[in-house]
Design a binder for this molecule. Structure first.
Ligand SMILES: [Zn+2]
Ligand SMILES: [Zn+2]
Length: 766
């Protein structure tokens, strides 16, 4: 490894070097410094950092499975004896683990042989995840050969459908759109001619149209080029100049831009400049799988210059991109793990949606926040960082306000678009007056009806999946709970099951109460499944779909819903947070938030911030281009400050109020926080350890420590939990001391009699 060993006693245990696997280091000096910082900042080991940082293909372990390539006859030429034996053995056995290879070669050191065979392309590492980031396809329409070859026959085609106004419209739309390109996306015809699939089918039956699945990179190119080539609007122009002028004196800039203001457009302009200077750009996204549209847009502009790095890639692709990055690939797009790539000349990091909670790795260690880690990486590499958000996190916003980061605001929507109108629906009042016959208020129902009549689309948001979050017995008050966790089981009607969303436990939906045998079971609350079912009942003619973890678990399932929505085949889309990301369509006129309260009363100091961000993000999906959208928020607490601030788009008020509360209660971003969770299968063991540990620490740090307390979920996956929270002043020396103390006391505790099985997890900046 690179770097020095700082503990002399380690030297005693070192062995001689037998062989060198890689001729050149695969980890750069900068990466190693980054790893060391991360281990120390997030209180993990450097091994844990290495584990998340390196693609499996670069860190073989004894369980790694090796396979021979199918087309391998030519390999026999340039192999030495051992390589040959191994290649033969693997091709006979189909796959071998590294420990089996050790047996076959009868030697412990097998990595050089394997490495050489991997390099020669004879072996490869078996992939766990097969899915790759493929270009997506969509259906395209063309005239059949008969009409295509002879333009005069077009009038015959028009005659053929003269009795149907819709068919005529569809055909004319095609003729118009096909002037540039023979194949026209079906979705475009839907939109222009205002028709649906039955019309295309009819034209297909008449032998006029053919429909074919084609790669999407071709589709939308007209749209996208127009977007990309249009000059920046005056607001964007101004923001762009401001970003660049901040970069002259500051390394970090926050672009605070409302949804629909064209942040991506500015990123693209900036990326172009850095690439022209010969520098690399890293574009971070919270969840790569959910951002198909951005990937498409960037691919269109930068074509071969772009590499996409994410957790669904297989090993070979990851290793390939790792090497490409080292060789100076100009633009890399990725989720948080792409921070660990070996950049050779990083000039710019873009952190899109910098506030997003997905940037935080919650488990396993290192529990890092990719935004914060990126900022540190930039100090190592000299790169500039542009953070973008419509709802910046409080910590970023505070830094920008204090002048530590440059602050650029883009508060105008692009083009003619205006921000949607926000309507708060007081459902407590409606329940009181007996006006809530279902989970939809009349106001929301009317808006939906209106929107359907105009052929516009509707999003309904609820932050819970499943049918109902709780199954309760009306006779004895029994609640169906998870046997492994302290949570109630969610009812999934579709699967006819009760499921735990924390540990995956499943149970067949009981017909009677397991406690008293009563059949009077109550499905308490509602999730996306129930909304889907009820809204379909209310609007039987509408096409309703659901997008949540259950229906869009894979990337292709997700994209299918997205494509159907884009093509106008879905009228009403019901979904969880998934619908808040990457859905940038022009035809959404109504967004309904069915129960804002479930967002507001979350037991964590970040609840208000999250609720504000989520509501604003969901609302931002409504209305684009010239149409003004409507957002309807159903709540029992219409006067809750977050609801009021969201409704009025009063960002300034939100940040002012929330920051003053955080300051008053000694929370981040004014104070630093470390959360320690102690777990054990026995309640008493967890509690005893937590009390002992807390007392030890408290002796040194006093009331900076709070706890131990039992967290919201007292038992998780069979482990009882105890929590200790440390809040301390933002003083570097204090923080270093406290971290050191925590690790020392933890290690001491684990050495005590009977405490070995206690589990600690430490979360810095939770
Ligand atoms: Zn019962
Ligand atoms: Zn569970």
């Amino acid at each position: 490894m690179i770097g020095e060993i700082d503990k002399p006693d380690v030297l005693q245990k070192l062995r001689d070097i037998r062989s060198v696997i890689d001729e050149l280091p695969i980890v750069t000096q900068t990466q190693y410094r980054f790893w060391k910082w991360m281990a120390s900042y997030y209180m993990s080991t450097i091994g844990e950092v290495m584990h998340v940082a390196m693609p499996a293909g670069l860190k073989l372990n004894s369980e790694t499975k090796l396979i021979v390539r199918k087309e391998t006859d030519s390999y026999k030429i340039d192999l030495n004896e051992k390589e040959f034996i191994l290649a033969e053995a693997i091709s006979i056995q189909e796959e071998l683990s590294i420990s089996q290879v050790q047996d076959i070669l009868d030697q412990k050191t097998v990595y050089p042989v394997i490495k050489s065979l991997l390099d020669k392309g004879i072996l490869y590492i078996k992939e766990e995840l097969k899915q790759s980031f493929k270009a997506k396809t969509e259906e395209f329409v063309s005239l059949t050969k008969e009409y295509l070859d002879d333009k005069n026959k077009l009038s015959e085609a028009l005659d053929l459908c003269s009795r149907s106004e819709k068919q005529t419209r569809a055909l004319l739309a095609y003729i118009d759109l096909s002037r540039k390109e023979q194949w026209v996306p079906k979705s475009l015809i839907y939109r222009i001619a205002d028709i649906d699939n039955s019309i295309i089918k009819a034209l297909h039956k008449k032998g006029i149209f053919i429909v074919e699945e084609r790669e999407v990179s071709r589709i939308g190119t007209q749209d996208i080029s127009a977007q990309q080539n249009a000059p920046l609007n005056p607001y964007q122009e101004k923001a762009f100049r401001e970003i660049k002028s901040h970069f002259e004196s500051l390394d970090h800039v926050l672009l605070f831009g409302v949804t629909g203001s064209g942040k991506t457009r500015l990123y693209i302009e900036l990326i172009k400049e850095y690439i022209e200077k010969g520098m690399q750009v890293l574009y971070l996204l919270p969840e790569i799988a959910l951002t198909t549209q951005i990937v498409e847009r960037l691919t269109h502009v930068f074509e071969g210059d772009i590499g996409v790095y994410h957790s669904k890639m297989n090993n070979n692709e990851r290793v390939e991109l790792w090497n490409a990055s080292l060789n100076g690939k100009s633009l890399i797009l990725g989720a948080r793990s792409s921070l660990f790539l070996p950049f050779s000349n990083l000039g710019l990091i873009i952190i899109d949606e910098e506030h997003d909670a997905s940037y935080k790795q919650s488990d396993p260690a290192p529990r890092y926040n990719a935004r914060d880690a990126a900022l540190y990486l930039s100090t190592l590499t000299g790169a500039k960082v542009l953070m973008g958000s419509a709802t910046p996190s409080l910590s970023t916003y505070l830094n920008a306000k204090n002048g530590k980061y440059g602050l650029v605001k883009l508060l105008e929507r692009h083009g003619e678009a205006v921000l949607p109108e926000m309507k708060i629906i007081d459902i407590r009042e409606k329940y009181k007056k007996g006006l809530m016959a279902s989970i939809f208020s009349n106001d929301l129902k009317d808006a939906i009806k209106n929107s359907l009549n105009k052929g516009e689309q509707i999003l309904l948001f609820q932050n819970r999946r499943g049918y109902a979050p709780t199954l309760q017995c009306r006779t004895c008050d029994f609640h169906a709970g998870c046997p492994n966790c302290d949570v109630s089981l969610t009812l999934h009607q579709v699967f006819n099951e009760l499921r735990c969303h924390y540990c995956g436990y499943r149970h067949k939906l009981p017909e009677e109460c397991p406690q008293c045998g009563s059949r009077d079971l109550n499905k308490l609350g509602f999730g996306t499944e129930k909304i889907e079912q009820e809204i379909q009942g209310q609007f039987p003619q509408a096409s309703v779909r659901r997008m949540d973890y259950d229906t869009a678990k894979t990337k292709s399932a997700y994209e299918k819903i997205l494509n159907n929505f884009r093509a106008g085949e879905i009228d009403i889309l019901v979904g969880t947070q998934m619908i808040t990301k990457g859905l940038d369509f022009d035809n959404i006129s109504v967004v309904g938030i069915l129960n804002a309260d479930s967002l507001l009363f979350f037991p964590d100091f970040t609840a208000n911030e999250r609720a504000f961000q989520l509501i604003t993000q969901v609302a931002g999906r409504a209305g684009r281009k010239e149409k003004k959208g409507t957002v309807m928020i159903q709540t029992f607490n219409p006067l809750h400050p977050v609801i009021v601030e969201t409704r009025n788009y009063n960002y300034a008020q939100f940040y002012r109020r929330e920051l003053s509360e955080r300051k008053h209660f000694l929370y981040p971003p004014f104070f630093r926080m470390i959360r320690i969770t102690i777990r054990h299968k026995q309640f008493k063991a967890a509690e005893d350890a937590a009390v002992l540990f807390a007392n030890k620490l408290r002796a040194h740090i006093g009331n900076r420590l709070v706890g131990p307390t039992v967290p919201g979920i007292a038992r998780l996956r069979g482990f009882y939990q105890q929590q200790i929270t440390i809040k301390m002043e933002k003083d570097k020396n204090v923080v270093i001391q406290v971290k050191k103390l925590i690790l020392e006391e933890r290690d001491k505790l684990l050495e005590l009699q009977g405490k070995k099985s206690i589990r600690f997890s430490i979360d810095v900046d939770p």
